[in-house]
Design a protein around this ligand. Structure first.
Ligand code: R5P
Length: 316
């Protein structure tokens, strides 16, 4: 018996297509909620359905436009709380500001923590998210968080390509755990690690490598692609080190302006991404794996109080 008799799923304006896919998986229609902007730019939300005592799931990646989408989510949470929702879960397939999870220089904010505070103060009871850039962000919340990974879904997709002689490559030290998990889920593959430096924001230089890539099919594994500079610089180094071919997989396709074109023109043969973020209409050379079935299944499990960890184990 679920703790809350009723369940309702709503979407903001960030990614309605993903929300529809998730709702379909859950087997419920999307709830009616108006999320719009006043002429002065302020966000206005109105929940049309009765949510009193309901298990409410609000789907909104805080992807670009990050501030707008984050504000929408906060106002949606506030509206649900004031409408006496029984429980509010913020489903954030992409957690914006996750790359600002620590101070690198003096006098910097820790914006990922600020976002966690904002979500909690607004009234979220739970968070459901996917492949955080920095897993330590989980500790920024004192409410339950289900932190999922798209790695099993991406591995399944890659397995279907039947690539020979794979070496899994972490494009920087921060990506090592994810790349290692990827190779384990693949059933054990060699691992290589690159050393990346950022001389300036959005600029990348790859300084060196540990591992053997000579004559191999190098599979770069990262959490997100923004400018694409990390993957392109990594691919160039891997080819210079003798890799036969280079492919790349990542969970979040942030794709800053020009990134798709740069990746398409780069030596990277194929790029695989999920739909955690809405993708541009034209994405030549990019293959998309949907996270909607997994998120829908997890929402059902949260609602019915069934283990989420068991599902993750089953996916692997
Ligand atoms: C950390 O740096 C991340 O894991 C990604 O490697 C990075 O954010 C990708 O950004 P870009 O595509 O702009 O190099």
């Amino acid at each position: 018996m679920p703790q809350f008799e009723r369940i309702a799923i709503f979407t903001g304006n960030a990614h309605p297509a993903l929300a529809r896919g998730i709702a379909q998986q859950v087997g419920r229609p999307l709830g009616e909620m108006v999320v719009r902007q006043f002429r002065d730019g302020e966000t206005q939300v109105e929940i049309k359905d009765d949510v009193r005592g309901t298990d409410v799931f609000l789907i909104q990646p805080t992807s670009p436009s990050v501030n707008q989408n984050l504000m929408e989510l906060l106002v949606m949470i506030d509206a649900a709380r004031r409408a006496s929702a029984g429980r509010i879960t913020a489903v954030i397939p992409y957690y914006g500001y996750a790359r600002q999870e620590k101070k690198t220089y003096g006098r910097e904010p820790i914006s990922a923590k600020l976002v966690a505070n904002l979500l909690t103060v607004a009234g979220a009871d739970r968070i459901l998210t996917l492949d955080l850039s920095a897993p330590a962000i989980e500790g920024f919340f004192d409410i339950p968080m289900d932190h999922l990974s798209a790695v099993p879904l991406l591995v399944r997709h890659v397995m279907k390509m039947h690539l020979p002689d794979i070496v899994v490559v972490a494009p920087d030290v921060g990506a090592v755990r994810r790349a290692d998990r990827f190779q384990q889920v693949m059933g054990g593959k060699p691992l290589a690690i690159l050393f990346k430096d950022r001389p300036k924001p959005d600029e990348v230089s790859v300084q060196g490598m540990v591992g053997e890539v000579q004559g191999k099919c190098a599979l770069l594994v990262d959490d997100l692609i923004s400018t694409g500079n990390t993957l392109i610089a990594a691919a160039e180094l891997l080819l210079a080190q003798g890799a036969e071919r280079v492919l790349a997989v990542a969970t979040h396709g942030v794709f800053a302006e020009g990134a798709i074109e740069r990746l398409h023109a780069s030596p990277i043969e194929r790029v695989v991404i999920t739909d955690s973020i809405p993708l541009p209409s034209q994405t030549p050379g990019v293959e998309v794996v949907s996270v909607a079935p997994m998120l829908g299944e997890v929402i059902n499990r949260i609602h019915y109080g069934i283990s989420v960890s068991d599902l993750i184990r089953d996916l692997v």
